[in-house]
Design a protein around this ligand. Structure first.
Ligand SMILES: O=C(O)CCC(=O)C(=O)O
Length: 280
């Protein structure tokens, strides 16, 4: 198990002030129309409500719970404020001390089932123009009161794939996610601007002063809702101010025909700041 490796610094004031909130969504993956696929390409995201049903939500929660309480599990990243106390905490408190588990699919059949949702895969195939393959899987958790932000970033800055690849994230809420408990926030259309320099600050992130504050849209989701988003879309999530837990599953999919790059050098040439005339 690892401590969150980044600092405890609070984000600058206003970094997650949103000008709109998307409270509606397409009803289920089967409700995605061709116009919605075009909208995905234009805006860089789609919001789907009732993406998974009650039993799938319960299955996801139970899977995360079992993985979190498994003492052999070393793919947990706990919140830095919890520190080494993590190892002494009673089970119920452990459940609310972790911000991320990755991977989850290889360790739990319920996670594998969730990642192979045929209705989700069918939508991804329409977005990508070919079959989608799972490239990364995570449980993204925001514990009550202590859950920290995920600073603004592009997921592609983390992935060793050719930059032009349409990798799609599926962020599936298992609890209600709201601005108060740290829901996802996006900058619509920002994927069209291409790769941004990323910096090691409170995380591997877009410089706070490069964030297009003023264009921020919050994406609250009910349990079972899903945000599908393009890997170059600027997005992040604020720290929680709430007593309510926020658990989610996040799967990333890549077009089946695209191979991973042999090392991270090519990615860092694109997203890193070395040798570029940029400041943060
Ligand atoms: O779940 C979150 O709070 C942020 C997830 C995210 O943006 C990511 O991991 O790329």
């Amino acid at each position: 198990m690892r401590q969150d490796e980044y600092g405890l610094q609070a984000p600058p004031a206003g970094l997650y002030d949103y000008s709109a909130e998307i409270t509606s969504g397409i009803d289920g993956f089967d409700g995605v129309s061709d116009a919605d696929i075009e909208l995905f390409h234009a805006l860089g995201f789609l919001v789907i409500h009732h993406a998974i049903d009650k039993s799938a939500i319960e299955m996801g929660r139970a899977g995360i719970r079992d993985l979190l309480l498994n003492r052999e599990n070393d793919n947990i990243m706990y919140e830095a404020v919890v520190g080494e106390r993590f190892y002494e905490l009673p089970d119920e408190e452990r459940l609310d001390s972790v911000r991320k588990m990755m991977p989850v699919v290889p360790f739990d059949a319920r996670m594998k089932t969730a990642s192979e949702n045929p209705a989700l895969l069918a939508v991804l195939c329409r977005i990508m123009g070919e079959r989608a393959a799972l490239s990364q899987d995570q449980a993204m958790l925001k514990p009550p009161r202590i859950g920290r932000e995920k600073p603004w970033h592009q997921d592609m800055a983390y992935f060793d794939y050719p930059t032009e690849t349409t990798i799609v994230g599926a962020w599936i809420a298992l609890d209600e996610a709201s601005p108060e408990n740290g829901c996802m926030m996006v900058i619509p259309g920002s994927h069209h601007a291409g790769p941004m320099p990323h910096w090691t600050r409170r995380d591997w992130q877009i410089c706070d002063t490069d964030v297009r504050v003023g264009e921020i849209v919050a994406v609250p989701l009910p349990p079972g809702g899903c945000l599908l988003f393009h890997c170059l879309l600027h997005h992040g999530s604020p720290p929680t101010r709430s007593d309510r837990r926020r658990w989610a599953l996040q799967f990333h999919y890549c077009p089946e025909s695209v191979a991973r790059l042999p090392d991270n050098e090519l990615r860092l040439n694109v997203f890193g700041t070395e040798g570029k005339d940029v400041t943060c």
